[in-house]
Design a protein around this ligand. Structure first.
Ligand SMILES: *Cc1c(COP(=O)(O)O)cnc(C)c1O
Length: 454
């Protein structure tokens, strides 16, 4: 017999008793209660509008439990990066070496001398923990570490060129504009950007002609996310440095993806290393900690002591400063670089791996996956990513996966549902071994099994 609306409304469980159902065992009531109230509220409306003819407590409970699990599952999760892109901006950029992280964990979970001088027994400076190491690594006078490289750019412009002028090549600004919006950050710093040259060509005389009373900085920005090929010219940093020095101005190089290792596959030709730029004795140089440098998210500023101490006096630094975890990881990683232990820097380890090693790993993965899908080993190319080495491909090896009548897009989506991110190339779904370690094979194998039932 059909229940009346009144009867239906009365059959909605009492919240107190509903809460006690076994399905909710161990649930936090702070989360559960609002979910129940919200669901019951919708149910009441549905009954009043005649859209529901039944109240099924068991089904309601299941539904609410699912909503609870969704809320309480952290949305930030590990994924398998099988895209082959080593510094993947969407997938967390550089990996942190577990050993460095372990050291940082111990420090962060106990009190420490972050801003305490143990010798003098009084207030110390957080940046002091990285200064000595960085000086050794790069031969710089001083160093400052901020939240990221965008913050470094902002702090430098705000400190030295607020309501004053910065000269920068239009071509370089255009190129970082697209995805980074760094030109916007620069404008927010209060500095007036004086863009010189054409999109494809800038000459030293363009800089010279733009110099004026209000000029404080001459800046070079590394062409990061792509490069204009063909009829182009840009002014080398050495010339900018010389010009700035002659006019008593500050030269500043925003390098973006700074690195210390000798890069393989000829990448070093297009991507100047930190040591190379340090040879020109820059007034200021900044780069990201988690691009090709291969460490933690940070903006690292190196340069002249007098300038760095001005940066340290800027009140904005308080908002951009890094925490103990960042400093601890960075200190660990820089020590590894000083010992030439590049294999312990995951980003560099992946970059240096030979095609032979990748092929052997691909063979192993293929064997594991063949039980559930069809696989083939393919030679391919990938990019380093993270706005570094624009347009430069490096060789890689991938396992291409096919399964029955499933298309590449469908396969990609099914793997993605298992948090395995691959890429589609020439209509094929690829798992690129450049960024996949053997530890992840179990996960990938399970992911592939899900394709059988689809
Ligand atoms: C990546 C990049 C930035 C921004 O650095 P973040 O660490 O992402 O803040 C700025 N300038 C250049 C040239 C870059 O390549």
């Amino acid at each position: 017999m059909k229940k009346s609306r009144h009867e239906l409304l009365r059959s909605i469980p009492k919240v107190d008793t509903f809460l006690g159902l076994p399905v909710f065992e161990g649930c936090a009531s702070k989360v559960l209660l609002p979910l129940i109230r919200e669901r019951f509220g919708r149910l009441r409306i549905a009954i009043e509008e005649g859209k529901t003819t039944d109240v099924n407590a068991g089904k309601l409970a299941e539904e609410i439990r699912q909503a609870y699990d969704t809320v309480m599952t952290p949305s930030l999760q590990s994924v398998v990066n099988a895209t082959g892109v080593i510094v993947h901006t969407n997938l967390g950029r550089s990996l942190i070496d577990p050993e460095s992280f372990e050291k940082a964990r111990a420090l962060a979970c106990s009190y420490n001398n972050l801003e305490y001088d143990l010798k003098k027994g009084k207030r110390g400076e957080r940046y002091s923990h990285i200064t000595g190491l960085m000086k050794m690594l790069l031969g710089c006078e001083d160093v400052l570490v901020v939240n990221n490289n965008a913050a470094a750019v902002f702090l430098i412009l705000n400190t030295f060129a607020k309501r004053k002028e910065v000269i920068v090549s239009r071509g370089e600004l255009v190129e970082i504009g697209g995805s980074f919006r760094i030109p916007e950050v620069m404008k927010q710093s209060g500095a007036k950007l004086v863009e010189v040259g054409a999109t494809n060509k800038t000459h030293l005389r363009d800089y010279e002609e733009a110099l004026g009373e209000r000029t404080r900085l001459v800046m070079k920005v590394h062409k990061s996310n792509y490069s204009i090929e063909g009829f182009t010219s840009e002014v080398p940093f050495a010339q900018i440095r010389t010009l700035a020095k002659a006019r008593g101005l500050i030269d500043y190089y925003d390098l973006g993806s700074g690195h210390v290792a000798e890069l393989p596959y000829g990448l070093g030709q297009k991507e100047p290393g930190l040591h190379e730029i340090m040879k020109h004795d820059p007034s200021l140089l900044s780069f990201s900690g988690d691009k090709l440098f291969g460490s933690v998210q940070a903006g690292i500023i190196v340069g002249k002591k007098a300038l760095i101490s001005k940066l340290k006096k800027n009140q904005l630094l308080r908002m951009l400063r890094v925490d103990k975890v960042t400093l601890a990881i960075l200190a660990e990683d820089v020590q590894k670089m000083l010992r030439d232990e590049y294999e312990k820097i995951p980003t560099l380890r992946m970059l240096f791996e030979t095609e032979k090693t990748l092929e052997q790993r691909a063979e192993k993965l293929k064997k594991r996956l063949e039980k559930s899908v069809s696989c083939e080993i393919v030679r391919t190319q990938t990019v380093v990513g993270g706005g570094s080495t624009p347009n430069r491909k490096i060789p890689s090896v991938a396992v291409s996966v096919t399964s029955g009548r499933l298309g590449a897009n469908r396969i990609e989506a099914l793997f993605r549902a298992q948090r395995i991110i691959g890429r589609i190339e020439a209509g094929r779904f690829l798992l690129d071994l450049r960024t996949v370690s053997e530890d992840e094979f179990d996960t990938i194998e399970k992911g592939a099994e899900c394709l059988i039932s689809s």
